[in-house]
Design a protein around this ligand. Structure first.
Ligand SMILES: NC(=O)c1ccc[n+]([C@@H]2O[C@H](COP(=O)([O-])OP(=O)(O)OC[C@H]3O[C@@H](n4cnc5c(N)ncnc54)[C@H](O)[C@@H]3O)[C@@H](O)[C@H]2O)c1
Ligand SMILES: [Zn+2]
Ligand SMILES: [Zn+2]
Length: 338
């Protein structure tokens, strides 16, 4: 079979590999579609602190089961499935309290272990979720990024009464926007790219802020009747944006949910957090959110088709990565088809 491997930073190629064996607690999946995430591109460019090389990337993938292990009871050959890439040890502190997505010994398919950009992959059956027939492979490959939104909704304790600011209208910011609007909260979103903000408007944002020409703090104060945002999702990955959110935009008793994984130091006076009892909340991957997102997709509660802008054949993965790098304004989500 063929696989797409990042040999080392900035070197991606098609390699020939044997079809993996199916373990007794695993299923063998014929991969049908796989999304490209910003983090896949970061691994390609050697900018992901967690990745090791060589690596078959891809953690947003779906496919059809072609073999099941002898111990697997709840799945069948022919099932259409999505794969949760999060794998945990089950015995560290985080795992013991049910927070396995931040397991001390966390392994993520496509990051620490080979992922979905290969024709066949064997995965633990407990990571596999059936998807309804009516959802296309391309759309189904977006389930994983929507689990990020499901996770941030939980982490930020979003309610319909919140006045939300989403920083960044990239694929993740837009997906969060859709989820926030599904719940019914009032949502502003900011970015510096007009095309991305236009997409946000089409998806129902109550306010879009172009940070290259407007003062985000002022706009947010007007938007919230001078209260400040009760809930902020930081999805630009820019630490200056995070600083502004914490020191100026969050309302007293507000929550700031941090998605980006910059290693740069953030400068915040303690008193900014203390005096308003702010909550600064980390979020990583998802904690068992696949069933919930599959239900959202099944019921048509979201608009994943508005996020998916381009498809490429998997053998053109390198071309797709370059296209994503060079056309940020045009691209939202690229999906590789098999
Ligand atoms: N915590 C998690 O589980 C998780 C999962 C997926 C992605 N992420 C992170 O979430 C973030 C968003 O992911 P994405 O795929 O949408 O990335 P992206 O790079 O496509 O989107 C980021 C957006 O932020 C905008 N931006 C950057 N700097 C800005 C600034 N100073 N002011 C205004 N806008 C600015 C960019 O124009 C871009 O549209 C990234 O940091 C990513 O690493 C976290
Ligand atoms: Zn991703
Ligand atoms: Zn663990």
């Amino acid at each position: 079979m063929k696989a797409i491997e990042v040999l080392k930073p900035d070197e991606i190629t098609i390699v020939e590999r044997p079809i993996p064996a199916c373990g007794e607690n695993e299923v063998l999946i014929k991969v049908k579609a796989a999304g490209i995430c910003g983090s896949d591109v970061h691994i390609y460019h050697g900018k992901n602190a967690f990745a090791t090389y060589p690596r078959i990337v891809g953690h947003e993938f779906v496919g059809e089961i072609i073999t099941i292990g002898v111990n697997v009871k709840k799945l069948q050959v022919g099932d259409r499935v999505a794969v949760d890439p999060v794998m945990a040890c089950g015995h560290c502190y985080a795992c013991r309290i049910g927070r396995h997505n931040v397991c001390k010994n966390l392994k993520v398919l496509g990051v620490h272990q080979d992922g979905g950009y290969q024709e066949y992959i064997a995965v633990k059956s407990e990571n596999v979720y059936k998807i309804p027939q009516h959802i296309s492979w391309e759309i189904a490959s977006l389930i994983e990024p929507y689990t990020i939104a499901a996770q941030v909704l939980e982490r930020g304790r979003l309610t319909a009464d919140d006045q939300v600011l989403i920083c960044g209208a990239g694929p993740i910011g837009l997906i969060i926007l859709q989820a926030v609007k599904m719940v019914g909260a009032k949502a502003a979103i900011m970015d510096v790219l007009a095309t991305r903000l236009n997409r946000a408007k089409e998806m129902g944002a109550d306010l879009v802020i172009d940070a290259s020409s407007s003062d985000v703090t002022e706009e947010m104060m007007t938007f919230t009747n001078q209260e400040g945002a009760s809930l902020i999702y930081e999805a630009t990955g820019n630490i200056k944006v995070l600083e502004t959110c914490i020191t100026k935009i969050a309302s007293p008793a507000g929550r700031v949910v941090v998605l980006g994984f910059s290693t740069e130091l953030v400068q915040i006076p303690q008193v900014a957090i203390m005096s308003r009892e702010l909550e600064i909340i980390g979020t990583r991957l998802n904690r068992g959110k696949f069933p919930q997102v599959i239900e959202w997709f099944d019921k048509g509660l979201l608009q994943p088709e508005k996020v998916l802008t381009h498809t490429f054949r998997v053998y053109d993965a390198k071309k797709a990565f370059t296209f994503m790098d060079t056309n940020p304004a045009e691209v939202c989500k690229i999906v590789l088809t098999f």
